[in-house]
Design a binder for this molecule. Structure first.
Ligand code: SF4
Length: 635
């Protein structure tokens, strides 16, 4: 067939096949019940087969993202086919029968829905592996690397990322692990161990911290242990158990045995806001997301409640449905920006610290603040000495002053304050304008218990017991001075944020507050990783402190690190040592009776803590010369 004939034939055939279904489709039919006479439903079987399952079970997705979504898996022939949202978070409750609101549903995201694919996938690690160079070092008898530094290269301790892995059996893995730990403990114990550490260049302060026990050079850390108390917190238990190893290696009695060092795992990575403790003493303000739906003005700063907080994004939708305003502060016109009433673009970095200082300045200058709240619930009235820039203490001005008795008060009965903490915190001073003198306050004398109406503004001269006269200022006045630098023009120069939008945000904060509606600021964890995140964290609190947007539903400043779960496992006088019952059980006297209620009596810390930022900085201490001499900031 020549090409011309072929095309002609093909065209004719094509035309007729196109016409055929058309004629069929337009042929009139009379159908009383379309479901009853549908021509053929066999094809549905394919889908029904695909969807069919033998059994289901619920599971909680618990990766690093902390959302803990409860999902339902569908199983056929012993294989999980799919996972779906289970819509039953409202039926989950605590031991006392308290259940969550239905509004938590739905939860889940495509990562959770496809988790089983990873479980069944080809890249899942199915057995122990050991780095090849490490195994060769172990097989050579664990020679001391400090004695022969060239071995670090030979066994690729200085090139681990490019090494390969060797599969070993579980028995081998356990043997290598035990032998390795014992070898490290032996190598760095005693005077010889100390000399090796010195040769390797460790700071004498850190060598002192080893206290002669090689086990102290073993450092362990876990990623978000709160997500797996046994599996992840278990590594801290192991650090404590290394006290047993020290007992054997050095032959010291149990009471002198020292375990490994555990990394604090959380704060160094900065997921939590490091500045929050500076503001309110809590490790982090991590909200229950259902509180978000009460907000009437939500300000996201470096936060992406839509793409990065997948199962929480519906709370954000609810704010919209309920007529709340949304503002987004971020360098890029990001996903929340597209949903917000307005987006304030800022330079990358922490330039937006200036935005919040600028907002605070406007609020103060315009008198857009709740002075009563500021006096009763913030540190703004507390007096600071201008000569030392430290808080004025009652002991400095009131003869024979003894810290107030807080026994029976909320600090002790609710917050679990200890005597030692009480002694460290001490009491504070404010200026009582009516009496024209300093008044002493304890941490319990806040809110309705505030004894005086303290001054927020002013400069006062105070006669100290040592005969000196010093100038003191309320923190509010100090801020006024500090914020003088943050006029709108300067804020725009520093941050790139349009001055008009910063002004608009200040107005929105005040107008929303005046209308009796809550305002909330949500900061992203990315911000918390910056070196000066503490300053940013405090700056974000300022507008909320000034306007009383703290302690109300839908208000506050929050980051999100999934930290809320930690409360379930914390120690308290009435609940016992919490997760410490497991991690810090005395290795030499384990509690073998399952009915025994573990108290602090059964615990013992053979381990020591270390901040992993020390390790991350090449195991060099962070020391600085200050006005008060040399200070070491390594934890
Ligand atoms: S958001 Fe997704 S990945 Fe995270 S816990 Fe929920 S389902 Fe799992």
């Amino acid at each position: 067939m020549i090409r011309r004939d072929f095309l002609k034939t093909a065209l004719t055939a094509g035309t007729s096949s196109l016409l055929a279904p058309r004629l069929w489709a337009f042929e009139p039919v009379s159908v009383a019940n379309p479901l009853g006479v549908y021509p053929s439903r066999d094809w549905e079987k394919v889908y029904r087969d695909q969807y069919r399952y033998d059994s289901t079970f619920t599971w909680v997705c618990a990766p690093n993202d902390t959302h803990m979504c409860r999902l339902r898996a569908f199983v056929r022939n012993g294989v999980i086919l799919r996972s779906e949202q289970n819509y039953d978070h409202d039926r989950c409750g605590d031991l006392y029968g308290n259940t969550a609101t239905k509004a938590w549903n739905p939860r889940g995201c495509p990562k959770g829905f496809t988790m089983h694919r990873r479980v069944y996938g080809p890249y899942r690690l199915r057995g122990p592996v050991v780095r090849k160079g490490w195994k060769e070092w172990a097989d050579a008898g664990y020679p001391a690397l400090s004695d022969q530094p060239a071995l670090r290269t030979k066994y690729r301790f200085d090139d681990r990322g490019n090494d390969t892995f060797v599969r070993v059996s579980w028995d081998e893995a356990y043997r290598y692990l035990a032998e390795g730990l014992a070898a490290v403990a032996r190598t760095y114990s005693g005077d010889q161990g100390r000399a090796r550490l010195a040769k390797d260049g460790y700071d004498p302060l850190m060598i002192d911290q080893v206290q002669g026990a090689g086990t102290r050079t073993v450092k362990v850390g876990s990623n978000l242990p709160i997500h797996g108390v046994i599996g992840k917190f278990g590594i801290y238990r192991m650090a404590n158990l290394l006290g047993l190893l020290d007992h054997h290696v050095r032959g010291v009695p149990p009471e002198q045995a020292r375990g490994g060092r555990d990394w604090n795992e959380y704060t160094w990575r900065g997921d939590q806001a490091p500045g929050h403790p500076y503001v309110h003493g809590l490790q982090t303000s991590d909200m229950d997301m259902n509180d978000l739906r009460f907000s009437k003005l939500v300000i996201q700063v470096g936060k992406n409640l839509i793409e990065n907080k997948m199962p929480e994004s519906h709370w954000f939708n609810e704010v919209m449905e309920r007529g709340g305003k949304l503002v987004d502060i971020a360098p890029e016109y990001n996903c929340p920006g597209t949903k917000s009433n307005y987006w304030i673009g800022v330079r990358p970095g922490l330039s937006d610290t200036a935005v919040f200082l600028g907002l605070a300045k406007i609020l103060i200058d315009e008198g857009w603040y709740d002075a009563d709240f500021v006096r009763r619930f913030t540190d703004f009235p507390l007096l600071v000495r201008t000569d030392t820039l430290k808080r004025l203490r009652p002991e400095e001005v009131i003869k024979g002053y003894k810290p107030k008795d807080l026994n029976g008060g909320p600090s002790y009965t609710i917050q679990g304050l200890t005597d030692q903490q009480r002694a460290t915190i001490g009491d504070f001073c404010v200026w009582d304008p009516k009496a024209g003198q300093v008044a002493a306050l304890s941490r319990d004398e806040v809110g309705a218990k505030m004894l005086v109406e303290p001054a927020l503004e002013g400069i006062f001269q105070v006669h100290l017991l040592d005969g000196k006269t010093v100038e003191v200022l309320p923190i509010f006045t100090m801020y006024k001075r500090h914020l003088a630098d943050y006029d709108l023009k300067t804020v725009e120069e520093i941050s790139g944020a349009p001055a008009a939008l910063v002004r608009r945000l200040a107005e929105d904060i005040w107008q929303t507050t005046k209308a009796g509606q809550p305002v909330a600021i949500h900061i992203g964890e990315g911000i918390n990783h910056y070196f000066h995140a503490t300053l940013h964290n405090r700056a974000t609190y300022l507008p909320m402190l000034l306007t009383g947007n703290i302690g109300k539903h839908g208000a506050g400043v929050h980051t999100w690190a999934g930290n809320y779960k930690g409360a379930l496992l914390q120690a308290s006088p009435w609940s016992g040592p919490g997760v410490g019952s497991y991690t810090a059980e005395d290795p030499f006297h384990p509690v073998l009776d399952e009915k025994t209620r573990i108290t602090h009596e059964e615990l013992r810390h053979t381990n020591d803590a270390e901040d992993p930022s020390y390790w991350a900085c090449g195991e060099k201490i962070l020391a600085a010369e200050t006005r008060e001499g040399r200070k070491v900031f390594t934890g």
